[in-house]
Design a protein around this ligand. Structure first.
Ligand SMILES: [Zn+2]
Length: 154
């Protein structure tokens, strides 16, 4: 499956180097009050999609990344074991950037082609697989827009 996330560090601020630092275990947890709340967490994702559409891959798709945490999809727990995690630089209540949708329209069909077990039906929100614990990518993420762009391509 593919899990879509939203992330910003500190929350609501875009464009800094903090997300990359976190994914590379180099975040200075003393640099911002919020970071002390997440001190020590080890997080990684396969892809990060910035607001401007820039994509960085941190983990090969064939390797496990640590993005889902305690989670469940169709009765199967530990989603990190069988998922690709895509982090969108964003925040639950702020509309995602057009360029991020453009990237997803390109990346998702490529992943569907490479991994035939995955189709648009296997793309879920972090909030779907960890309800009550996670809210991202949040109500600001336009799923209909995503699905409309994928119609006929999966
Ligand atoms: Zn998430």
């Amino acid at each position: 499956m593919i899990v879509l996330h939203g992330i910003s560090l500190p929350p609501g601020r875009f464009g800094g180097s903090e997300i990359e630092a976190l994914f590379c275990n180099q975040l200075d947890f003393d640099a911002h009050p919020y970071f002390s709340e997440i001190r020590g967490i080890e997080v990684s994702a396969h892809l990060l999609v910035r607001r401007d559409g820039a994509v960085t891959q941190y983990v090969p798709f064939t390797e496990r990344a640590w993005h889902a945490g305690e989670s469940c999809f169709r009765g199967r727990t530990r989603c990190n074991d069988f998922s690709i995690g895509i982090e969108l630089e964003g925040e639950d209540e702020t509309p995602y950037d057009d360029r991020q949708y453009d990237v997803l329209q390109a990346v998702l069909p490529a992943l569907f082609a490479a991994y035939p077990a995955i189709s648009a039906r296997e793309v879920a929100a972090h909030s779907d697989i960890a309800p009550g614990r996670k809210t991202d990518p949040g109500p600001a993420f336009d799923w209909l827009r995503l699905y409309d762009g994928l119609v006929g391509r999966s």
